[in-house]
Write a protein that binds this ligand. Structure first.
Ligand SMILES: [Zn+2]
Length: 116
């Protein structure tokens, strides 16, 4: 029994050493460009509303330039701005901004983005 273990160990040792071939190393797994998976999960809730509210001015720049307090019908101004979900929202007046700011989350969800 002891012999068997010994020969097994020797065999294992030999196999290990024997495997040490001087092959040129292959490059590690190639990283293909464009293989990066992009999370295309559709945004939901408030974020989805902000995405479409952002797009209403024709550019998706994370700035909602229309006044959400006026159903996106009025041009907002940068001096009346709020941040929500990573978006900057511009309001036409302090009244609109303050009204919106009372409950930003609920106000965002209440935005009716007009269909184009
Ligand atoms: Zn307004």
């Amino acid at each position: 029994m002891k012999r068997l273990i010994c020969s097994l160990a020797c065999l294992a040792l030999w196999a290990t050493v024997g495997c040490e071939k001087s092959e040129p190393e292959k490059p590690a797994a190639e990283i293909k460009a464009g293989d990066v998976s992009i999370d295309i999960k559709a945004p939901s809730g408030a974020e989805a509303i902000l995405v479409s509210a952002d797009a209403i001015d024709g550019k998706s720049d994370k700035v909602v330039s229309k006044c959400a307090g006026c159903a996106l019908g009025m041009d907002g101004k940068s001096e009346f701005a709020l941040q929500s979900h990573g978006y900057t929202m511009h309001f036409c007046s302090a009244e609109c901004k303050d009204g919106f700011a009372k409950d930003i989350e609920a106000s965002v969800l209440a935005i009716k983005v007009p269909a184009k």
